[in-house]
Write a protein that binds this ligand. Sequence first.
Ligand code: ATP
Ligand code: MG
Ligand code: MG
Length: 402
Amino acid sequence: SYRKGGYHAVRVGDAFAGGRYVAQRKLGWGHFSTVWLAYDTHRSRFVALKIQKSAKEFAQAALHEIEILSAIAEGDPSNSKCIARLLNHFKHAGPNGQHLCLVVEFLGDSLLRLIRYNRNKGIGLKRVKDICRSVLVGLDYIHSELGIIHTDLKPENVLLVSTIDPAKDPVRSGFTPILERPEGSLNGGTVININEKKLKLKAMRAAAKISQRRESMGGVIEFERSLEGIDLRCKIVDFGNACWGDRQFATEIQTRQYRAPEVILGAGYSFSVDMWSFACVAFELATGDVLFTPNHGQGFSEDEDHLAQMMELLGKMSRKIAISGTRSKDFFDRYGDLKRIRRLKFWPLDRLLADKYKFPEPDAREFADFLRPLLDFAPEKRPTAAECLKHPWLGNSKVASK
Ligand code: ATP
Ligand code: MG
Ligand code: MG
């Protein structure tokens, strides 16, 4: 992918935007981009630099993401709506072409890493509630104030907020900014006496230890802090697939496991697809398991298995909904029964939580009570993010956490 039209190869110490941003290390990557931790020398702070692939379609996608993120930033001057803030954008010319670059506020680990960090055992209901609150604030904002649908909500696309600023607290964050290419800075010319050298070595070893223990700056530390009772906060990222509610182009949206039934059926979609994904994410945080894991099998497709899994958890889909989509005939007969998967093993959500995941009965009941309406087959019946924020399951925790 590092060829014409593809990714831009970056080395630690590379400068961008006329020297303003200096690359520190790679934070992640996706289909469209590589994302680097960079140091903003104008503002003395760390930022995330998303460097898009250069081919036309990727540039188009970046322009779209810039448009959406700009609208989000404009409507939220105090940056309190739980969406990653776009700080700047520019073009960077490299050997593989022109790359659009997005400068976004630097955030910590993704929820996916948080789940893995807990060895897929769930992160505890108090922390699930913290995260749900943040995500719902973000969704309510983009849905009801801006008319934007995210369409790709999943653990990877929600990042923890780091309350430690590495620029101000390099020791705790285990990181000091690199301002030029490491090769060039090796023999910087500073004369160091023996004692100083020893001290420096000691400091370097300590720093190395810290960075070994923490897979990445911000997130895991944040998690450790959460154990001390500090609320976890997070923000939604990756608006590359987001769309305006009244201007949809894609019919196949969302990552498989988080995909709403109306998308599979081809029955049209709206803001409530994000609410479906949100419920899947909340379940995953609480249990460590992905809620729906469809597979194709002998004689049936991944889509049909997905619909079957949904019905096993949520009960049979009404005939009216089952036959409502342009693709319904691929899966359902005219009675509204699946064509190829005839026997369903029902296991309702509250029972699943209590029996398989050993939640105490009241916890299982209350959590299922929160999630179940979000997983309504009828999209218009799902609660909005604003309504969810008023649910007692979230309210109680605020009091309990004090
Ligand atoms: P996708 O294929 O998912 O559409 P993409 O190319 O659009 O990917 P993003 O999802 O925006 O890229 O970012 C890729 C990864 O980079 C994220 O999953 C995350 O690990 C990391 N990342 C993105 N933004 C930030 C940020 N603001 N702070 C820290 N890390 C980030
Ligand atoms: Mg992504
Ligand atoms: Mg993307």
